[in-house]
Design a protein around this ligand. Structure first.
Ligand code: XMP
Length: 511
């Protein structure tokens, strides 16, 4: 299948991937290439976007590109650094701005009938993030819009389909940003918006067939959305040559292992369920340091997975459900190491000694896009709508050492909490929820008896990506009913508290 393609040249902005995402939301296919590697086959692209950058065009170390090879040849949109670059090196001037320009601003269009601003409302909110400003437009520049602090917030070059904007249309806070991108891509550059989730599935399946041929692939299913959608794509491409392994580490939610295994079998996947609970419990015995627990779980997982993978003869590929946020959380946009808070995630987590080639069909997608792709393959909405659940499972929700008894208590508490969220129709409005077993006993009274039992915390958060989160204002009646049910039904628990901390400064998991 042939689709119109858009080229995004990346100058290292933290938002470059968001540009690609907005473009995909318009059902347009795009590719990100580094600014210094402009593809030779320019005729393959219908439009080009220059991203923002942490760099200043005035710096000695500015990232340089030979714009003459693309300018005037293809419709071009410069965003932030892209807009400044075009001005600074083509007859205009960029200077440090007197006021730092971050955050919201409002667009005042110079003319009513510019193609770039079709259906963009007057005074539309846009998001600024720059400390240089465009003082003089480049040769042939025509100013299109200003804001209160920025005279040249948008311009075009006379006689060319070259446009430039100082603000970031790709961030959500630029209210009409997507409309503006649509105006540029569909109306000005005449890109055909025909790249849908179905097209993604068809093309990815074709590409996987080509890449993998008759080889065998192993994939670790987790019960979560990402690994399940990756498995379905591979299943479509290579059928029985995909060997899925679903490991029960004994730290899953109540009944999850059998329920999810049934669901996978129902989807036609070639899946083997491996109950390794005892091995995990042995490895965890006596450990109470969070990092030590994580390490033990990681080590046993690799051992179990490796044992199982070795039973598949001649396997050469390992598939992973890595999605784009896993990639950005592990490596910064410019390729350097970013904060390692999330190094435990799926990227690079598997052992070298397996010597398998890696295939990651979801690597360019965000979570909600993964869900859309899953939906277009007919996957069940309860599987696609599941809350994220950490790989080490309930182990990071039991503070202190882990015993089978504690796991059983927490599974009961968690099941009541999650079932109630569903019953009260709250499940889908919460991003993630779970219960935490605290290492404290407290005094209570049941009947005429004094008790000295465990305390559990309930946590429900709203978030978009888990990087930041806020606690959810669950109705008091819900909390009351859930707390009552937990204390009445779960032996060993006499106290329930609700966590009202945001992230940061707290985290979602208690560990
Ligand atoms: P924190 O506790 O860092 O969690 O605020 C952020 C998100 O990451 C999930 N999480 C994990 N997911 N493997 C995973 O696949 C892990 O080791 C892991 N640790 C935390 C957590 O559930 C939340 O959604």
């Amino acid at each position: 299948m042939q689709h119109d393609k858009v080229l995004i040249l990346d100058f290292g902005s933290q938002y470059t991937q968001l540009i690609a995402r907005r473009v995909r939301e318009l059902n347009i296919y795009s590719e990100i290439h580094p600014y210094h590697k402009v593809p030779d086959q320019l005729e393959d692209y219908k439009a080009i976007i220059l991203s923002g950058s942490p760099m200043s065009v005035r710096s000695e170390k500015a990232f340089h590109i030979d714009l003459e090879q693309i300018r005037g040849k293809k419709p071009l949109l410069g965003v932030c650094y892209g807009a400044q670059y075009l001005a600074h090196f083509h007859g205009g001037e960029v200077a440090p701005s007197n006021i730092r320009e971050y955050g919201r601003a409002h667009l005042e269009m110079i003319k009513d009938d510019e193609a770039l601003f079709k259906n963009v409302s007057k005074g539309s909110q846009v998001w600024m993030s720059h400390s240089d400003t465009i003082k003089e437009l480049p040769t042939g520049g025509v100013r299109l819009a200003s804001t209160a602090d920025v005279a040249n917030a948008a311009y075009r070059i006379d006689g060319e389909d070259t446009y430039a904007i100082q603000f970031h249309p790709e961030v959500y806070h630029s209210t009409d940003g997507k409309q503006l991108l649509e105006n540029f891509l569909v109306n000005i550059a005449q890109v055909n918006p025909d790249w849908t989730p179905n097209a993604f599935v068809e093309e990815t399946v074709d590409a996987l067939k080509e890449q993998i041929g008759n080889d065998k692939v192993v994939l670790g299913l987790s019960g979560g959305v990402d690994s399940s959608v990756a498995a379905m794509l591979l299943h479509k491409a290579i059928g029985e040559n995909l060997y899925c392994i679903f490991v029960n580490n004994g730290l899953l939610r109540k009944n999850e292992f059998t329920q999810v295994l049934d669901q996978y079998e129902g989807m036609g996947l070639n899946v083997k369920g491996v109950d390794a609970s005892a091995r995990f419990m042995d490895a965890l015995a006596g450990l109470d340091d969070p990092e030590a627990k994580r390490k033990a779980i990681g080590r046993v997982f690799i051992e179990v997975f490796d044992d199982e993978a070795h039973q598949v003869q001649d396997v050469t590929w390992l598939a992973q459900g890595t999605i784009y946020p896993d990639v950005i959380e592990s490596v910064s946009a410019t390729g350097g190491p970013s904060a390692t808070i999330k190094s435990h995630h799926n990227v690079g987590g598997l052992p070298d000694f397996m010597k398998l080639k890696i295939v990651e069909p979801l690597k360019a997608l965000f979570k909600d896009e993964v869900r859309r792709v899953g939906k277009s393959m007919g996957m069940a909405s309860d599987l696609l709508g599941r809350h994220p659940f950490p790989g080490p499972g309930l182990a990071i929700r039991i503070l202190g050492d882990i015993t089978p008894e504690k796991v059983a208590i927490l599974q009961e508490v968690d099941a009541i909490f999650i079932d109630n969220l569903r019953k009260w129709n709250l499940y889908d409005s919460v991003w993630q929820a779970g219960a935490i077993l605290l290492p404290v006993n407290s005094v209570g009274v049941m009947g005429d008896e004094r008790t000295y039992e465990k305390c559990v915390a309930l946590r429900a958060v709203e978030s978009t990506d888990g990087m930041t989160a806020d606690w959810v204002n669950l109705p008091y009646e819900f909390l009351q009913a859930t707390s009552n049910e937990i204390i009445n039904k779960v032996k060993g628990v006499n106290r329930v508290v609700y966590d009202i901390s945001s992230k940061p400064p707290a985290t979602i998991e208690w560990e």
